[in-house]
Design a protein around this ligand. Structure first.
Ligand code: FRU
Length: 486
């Protein structure tokens, strides 16, 4: 049986060092993150009783992943956020760890469906339910575990249920594997307690990973998206399959595939529908690594900014959620620039570690090979992150080789200039992150960067020939967190 004490102790523990942790230079100003200690996947996105709720995989006791709890954040408007009490603890005999899952509203109750995980048990992963009347305090269901094993012959990796309602039924997609290939399974239920397998939605080929984590299925325009995070795929880390779903057989027929994000620090995306019918999604702004830079600050893991997805001309467009414009502070810096090769000093009045930049780069000079921005530069320019368009590679590149601590892996997204030779970028910089939206949402690159706190400069640059910047605007952004009480 559930005891509340495990939750109570965790809720105290996670705030113990908050004041110190929250002063650390890599803490983020407008991204979701835990008060202290570890987080990974976002879970249970839902709008309930007038508020958005985002839960997350959380270890309140340390900066590596231990037994998983569900942390909880809520917001009235996707702009201001607050931490709520931890929602789930691994406190029953059936869950040694509360792994990822999702949320729905059933009979006016906020209902979480998650995976109970126990390495010592066979099978090691089962699906469970917890409910709440107020959206804050949850009770695990007497019927748990409600789905005790994967189909015959399938692997025991059987996790991350994403549930939605369609017609008279609940549907649930679960990540699984069989014979070394990742797959997504579809289930159906009338009451969220009794589940029937409908069928296999989609199976990996040799390129798409041996296990699929965090699958998500949602309608988009006249099609469906099946999103998942494959383990060990050589070609994709966050896949969006766009196609059609047959609710009778469970089969998903893909028409095309797309990468949800081209950066290194994006994983385990999950989506929800807003009350006004938009599809929004968020992901873990990290990846599984041996070491995390912010562990020394007493916290690890954050989420990307919320993104809106839409299907336009056979392409999934991914844009910053429109509400984020409310975070812009008054009096942006804006200008137009003509950048000769190897010149500096265009953006002397732009500074900061928490900014949004909207910029157009125009390449009319055939000699220009690449051009873009140096971000978070140090006074002597020994530290900088480059975001530029490489005309030979037809790609927007994020170069972190001199970004400070952390990964130096180069990441890039394919991109073509428009008919006016313009590449447009919308860039979000927070203290230890950068998200680059390319050509109005055609591609995104999300990375963590760890420059010195006083590396706050910005520059334009061009190589080989000149580049025009017909549009440049930079806003400092407000914090999403409540002011500390004095
Ligand atoms: C993805 C994942 C999920 C699992 C969770 C555990 O990052 O491995 O498959 O439910 O993290 O924290």
């Amino acid at each position: 049986m559930r005891t509340t004490s495990r939750l109570d102790i965790a809720n105290q523990a996670v705030w113990e060092h908050f004041e110190i942790v929250n002063e650390q230079p890599f803490r983020l100003q407008y991204h979701l993150m835990p008060p202290t200690n570890w987080m990974n996947d976002p879970n249970g996105l839902i709008y309930f009783n007038g508020e958005y709720h985002v839960f997350y995989q959380h270890d309140p006791y340390g900066t590596i992943q231990g037994p998983m709890y569900w942390g909880h954040l809520s917001s009235p408007d996707l702009i201001k956020w607050q931490h709520r009490p931890i929602a789930l603890a691994p406190d029953t005999d059936y869950d040694a760890s509360c792994f990822s899952g999702s949320a729905v509203i059933n009979n006016d109750k906020l209902t979480l469906i998650y995976t109970s995980h126990d390495e010592q048990r066979t099978p090691k992963e089962m699906q469970c339910v917890a409910t709440s009347e107020d959206g804050v305090y949850f009770e695990k269901d007497a019927a748990n575990p409600v789905l005790r094993q994967p189909p015959e012959g399938a692997g025991f990796d059987f996790r991350d249920p994403k549930v939605w309602e369609y017609g008279d039924h609940w549907y649930m997609v679960i990540g699984n594997c069989r014979d070394g290939c990742g797959q997504a399974l579809l289930y159906r239920s009338n009451d969220l307690r009794h589940w029937q397998e409908v069928g296999v939605s989609l199976v990996s080929d040799e390129y798409c990973g041996h296990m699929w984590e965090c699958p998500d299925i949602y309608p988009l325009d006249s099609h469906f998206v099946l999103a998942f995070s494959p383990i060990d795929s050589p070609i994709s880390r966050n896949t969006l399959a766009v196609g059609n779903l047959d609710y009778e057989t469970g089969r998903f027929d893909p028409i095309f595939y797309q990468e949800a994000d081209y950066g290194e620090d994006f994983y385990a995306m999950q989506s929800m529908e807003t009350p006004d019918g938009r599809r929004i999604m968020i992901a873990w702004m990290e990846k599984w690594r041996d070491e995390y830079v912010t562990a020394s600050e007493g916290w690890v893991g954050a989420m990307t900014i919320m993104r809106e997805v839409s299907l336009e001309n056979d392409h999934v467009m991914v844009r910053p959620v429109r509400e984020i414009a409310e975070l812009r502070q008054k009096q942006p810096v804006s200008g137009k620039y003509y950048v000769e090769p190897e010149t500096r000093g265009h953006l002397k009045n732009v500074h900061g570690s928490s900014l949004e930049i909207v910029i157009e780069l125009r390449f009319n000079d055939a000699r220009c090979q690449q051009g873009g921005l140096r971000l978070r530069t140090s006074g002597d320019s020994s530290q900088e992150t480059l975001v530029y368009y490489d005309r030979q590679r037809h790609a927007v590149v994020c170069d972190r080789s001199r970004s400070g601590l952390g990964s130096t892996v180069e990441t890039f997204a394919p991109a073509e200039p428009d008919q006016n030779q313009i590449i447009s970028l919308q860039i979000f910089i927070d203290h230890s992150s950068i998200e680059v939206f390319v050509n109005n949402g055609k591609a995104v690159i999300t990375n963590r960067i760890y420059p010195d706190p006083d590396s706050t400069g910005y520059e334009l640059y061009a190589v080989g020939g000149s580049m025009e910047v017909p549009t440049f605007t930079a806003w400092a952004l407000h914090s999403i967190w409540p002011e500390p009480a004095n």
